[in-house]
Write a protein that binds this ligand. Structure first.
Ligand code: G6P
Length: 622
């Protein structure tokens, strides 16, 4: 959701900004733009458009080697429709200041009214233009305060004063015509990273736009800003207190964010799951002693073990993983667990006692609702634990303790490898917590050994892609689908339906199979696809009953079943088998054919799998 790239160096900025913006395309956007300082004319050249970056590229003149400072943005509309005027960068009313912004300014309306009363003109409907105009107004000295104290430059001074007036969230990159060798970045609630290259600096909202140039980076924290010139940079709080920031190494390589011959990132990430899970489990399973070793949370095991209740918070796919976690903690660790939508939890009045652990699950570590849920839980005294993929992300830093997924960058908007790894981490937590409470060493060993076999079993499922494609060919013309599962595979039904909706735009509903009788059964018409997860499990015979109910009404069944189950064949119009596993661990297997099915359905329907309409990879606004 929204992306920022800004550059100051020796090379022409324009192509670097465009390449960087392309690296951020996966986050979701509806318009894009760049702003460049032209040292000859001492002005800011702004080019922007609605639609894809390729449209923007078509509007760009040849890169000017003298234009070595610029800011770029991909916008995902919040205030105002996704048109060219509302796209970033936004210029202030004096034409001197240009701003790109991620986040939401909550008091923009009050500020806008006030700025209009002072004579500022507005062209767009965005909250971002308020930032540009506020900086421009304070910079102009119209408010009577013309100079900063000491040797602080006037541009930085004006930015700081403006930031102190903003309520809401921002990641910002700002330039000013009077300072053709200066770039300012600032952060509050929206990520911003400074990449330090050789004689060049890149600011971006996501490391993916930086790694091509450097792996040395500084991660700004909330209420911090950086002022960069070709000679160097300094970091301060927005209250003008100098701060020293630690240099960090960006952990992933360019290779990890390339397609490497795959048609789409989603497909690449589906296929990467065996490797990703091996990275996630690697070094953490001790089958000999029946223990799980999770270094990050070692100091918190006392609190976790004595907990009486776990609340899991997440959104989207991560919420589905959380629901699997709920079943896992109940089953293996015998602990009361509930999974909540972070967007609901944050506005409820949750009862959090001393012995409540709140787990937040988030691939990006930046989802606004999940972060707010963590903050709410912390305020009420809970111990918080993050299950996050992106290292150093806000949720990873805000939670008391946590476990990283270690699956490398996930670029496809429809989450795949993060889901299987989230379930794997939850399974590890549940086994170790169970071990510390009541699970015997033999039971723990059994689950650990079975967990270690999951990656190879996924590898086997991946070989069925062509068979699953044929199923998609036969069914993807239908506009309404059901996904049904029970027990541990109920969350998988929800996830299968979500995958199909997200990328193929087919309406799909995921349900616990028994709930079908309480309404959705009325939807079943001749030929309607119903996907069942009917692997060997404690509720096998029950789900067979549900399959029969659908078939009796003319529905067409696509059944995910256990290898070797001969009985199931008679119930399936289309059958996909997966290797057997204990039912607690099955979700990591049964989800894979559903990911592949959704992928093929979307491609067959002609959709851009990696850029689904209206969706964003990381939802950093409410
Ligand atoms: C968006 C993405 C989903 C993701 C959800 C939660 O909706 O499109 O794929 O599951 O956000 O994201 P998170 O980064 O918190 O896991």
């Amino acid at each position: 959701m929204c992306g920022i790239v800004a550059y100051l160096g020796k090379k022409p900025a324009q192509p670097i900004l465009i390449e960087g913006l392309k690296r951020l395309e996966y986050r979701g956007y509806d318009s894009a733009g760049v702003g460049l300082i032209n040292p000859d004319k001492i002005g800011i050249k702004i080019i922007k458009s609605s639609g894809r970056i390729s449209v923007l590229e078509g509007l760009l003149p040849e890169a000017n080697p003298k234009e070595v400072l610029g800011i770029g943005h991909t916008r995902w509309a919040t205030h105002g429709e996704p048109n060219t005027i509302n796209a970033h960068p936004h210029l202030d009313y004096t034409g001197k200041i240009a701003v790109v912004h991620n986040g939401i300014i909550e008091n923009y309306s009050t500020l806008k009214t006030w700025l209009i009363s002072k004579g500022c003109k507005f062209a767009s409907e965005t909250d971002t233009e308020v930032i540009a105009n506020l900086i421009g107004y304070l910079y102009s000295g119209q408010d009577g305060k013309k100079t900063p104290n000491g040797d602080q430059n006037k541009f930085e001074w004006a930015v700081q004063r403006a930031l102190n007036e903003l309520v809401g969230t921002y990641g910002l990159a700002i330039i000013c015509t009077d300072f053709p060798d200066m770039l300012i970045g600032a952060k509050k609630g929206s990520p911003l990273i400074l990449g330090l290259g050789e004689n060049e600096f890149i600011i971006a909202s996501d490391a993916a736009a930086i790694v091509e140039h450097t792996t040395q980076a500084i991660y700004l924290a909330d209420n911090e800003m950086v002022t960069i010139s070709s000679k160097g940079f300094h970091t301060k709080t927005i209250d003008n207190v100098e701060i020293r920031k630690e240099l960090k190494q960006i952990e992933f390589s360019l290779d990890a964010i390339e397609l490497n011959g795959f048609a789409h990132y989603m497909l690449k990430e589906i296929c990467e799951q065996p490797k990703a899970l091996n990275m996630c489990l690697g070094g953490r399973l001790d089958a000999r002693d029946g223990r799980v070793v999770l270094g990050g949370i070692s100091k918190y095991w006392r609190e976790i073990t004595r907990a009486k209740r776990i609340i899991i918070n997440a959104c989207g796919t991560a919420w589905h993983a959380g629901l699997v976690g709920e079943y896992l903690f109940e089953q293996l660790a015998r602990i009361n667990t509930e999974t909540q939508y972070a967007s609901e939890f944050r506005y409820r009045n949750p009862i959090i006692e001393d012995d409540t652990i709140v787990i937040a699950i988030s691939q990006s570590g930046e989802t606004a609702d999940t972060l707010a849920a963590v903050e709410q839980a912390k305020e009420r005294g809970a111990t918080t634990l993050g299950i996050v993929n992106v290292v150093g992300s806000t949720i990873a830093r805000t939670t008391d303790t946590g476990v990283y997924l270690r699956v490398g960058p996930e670029i496809g908007v429809a989450s795949t490898k993060a889901f299987t790894a989230q379930v794997a981490v939850l399974a590890m937590l549940a086994i170790e917590l169970g071990r510390r409470r009541h699970l015997s060493s033999d039971e723990a060993k059994f689950y650990i050994e079975e967990l270690a076999k999951i990656p190879a079993k996924i590898e086997k499922i991946l070989t069925k892609s062509e068979q699953i494609k044929k199923i998609a060919e036969a069914t993807c013309d239908r506009e309404n689908w059901l996904f049904l599962g029970r027990g541990f595979n109920y969350p998988v039904a929800l996830e299968g339906a979500l995958k199909l909706k997200e990328i193929s735009y087919i309406h799909a509903e995921g349900l616990p199979a028994a709930e079908m009788k309480h309404g959705p059964i009325a939807l079943i018409t001749e030929g309607m696809p119903a996907v069942f997860i009917a692997t060997m499990c404690s509720q096998y015979s029950k789900i067979i009953g549900n399959i029969e109910e659908v078939r009796a009404r003319g529905g067409r069944t696509i059944v995910v079943a256990s290898e070797g189950d001969e009985n199931i064949k008679q119930y399936a119009d289309f059958l996909i088998t997966v290797p057997d596993a204990p039912e607690e661990l099955q979700p990591m297997l049964t989800v894979v054919p559903l990911q592949i099915l959704a992928y093929h359905a979307a491609v067959l329907r002609g959709h851009d799998v990696d850029k689904p309409r209206n969706l964003a990879k990381s939802v950093t606004v409410e």
